[in-house]
Design a protein around this ligand. Structure first.
Ligand SMILES: CC(C)(COP(=O)(O)OP(=O)(O)OC[C@H]1O[C@@H](n2cnc3c(N)ncnc32)[C@H](O)[C@@H]1OP(=O)(O)O)[C@@H](O)C(=O)NCCC(=O)NCCS
Length: 177
């Protein structure tokens, strides 16, 4: 649990029950090209373990107020496919929290060297957030999503954890000579 301002928020792996909330947030964030429900369902069914939702506890039921969808791609690259916060909850640190937790999940899994994402170069809010975390631009594609829809591809380098030396033990479980 993380406390941001006066609100307590939980960051956790999404469940199928979170999908209706995720779809509403996605639709509000990307009105001209939201993910269809079946795509969200299958993305999470294929692998939900890198994705994160921000959840505010409620009296009757908890409310999902933001999500970050991440999958594993080729060549040790994880892809942060989408990040969004409910319009009425923006500016309270949830975007930062979701990104932080997404990076930590990838770091803990240890199978990715980098996190890749695309961002509209005019999306100042998201761009500022990503640069602040250390994402750097790898390439600009003027027609990434077709004519009139440019994107910058940003990359975040994950820390390589040092490999621990193998400890050889004797028959009593003590380190051998
Ligand atoms: C991008 C988005 C997820 C940020 O979520 P948020 O909860 O509002 O962000 P936070 O409150 O955690 O703010 C994080 C940082 O974003 C930047 N930021 C936030 N609002 C900003 C604004 N109005 N102008 C410029 N930068 C802003 C700041 O760097 C901020 O850090 P700071 O508060 O330490 O200065 C949210 O605006 C959103 O859902 N946008 C629509 C979807 C989208 O564009 N997604 C990203 C593309 S994949």
């Amino acid at each position: 649990m993380t406390t941001i301002a006066e609100t307590t928020v939980e960051y956790r792996e999404p469940t199928p029950g979170d999908l209706p909330d995720i779809q509403v947030i996605d639709g509000a964030a990307f009105p001209t090209g939201p993910y269809p429900f079946f795509v969200l369902r299958q993305l999470l069914h294929a692998d939900s373990s890198r994705s994160v939702v921000a959840v505010e506890p409620g009296d009757d039921e908890d409310e999902v107020v933001g999500y970050a969808l991440t999958i594993m791609g080729e060549g040790s690259r994880a892809w942060l496919l989408s990040l969004a916060v409910s319009p009425d909850r923006r500016g309270h640190g949830y975007g930062r929290g979701l990104l932080q937790h997404s990076i930590e999940v990838c770091q803990d899994k240890g199978d990715a060297d980098e996190i890749w994402l695309t961002v509209d170069p005019k999306n100042v809010t998201a761009y500022t957030l990503f640069k602040d975390f250390g994402f750097v631009m790898r390439v600009h594609d003027e027609e990434y999503f077709g004519e009139g829809h440019p994107r910058d591809v940003l990359v975040y380098k994950l820390r390589r954890l040092p490999e621990l030396p193998t400890v050889v033990t004797d028959e009593n479980g003590y380190p051998g000579a």
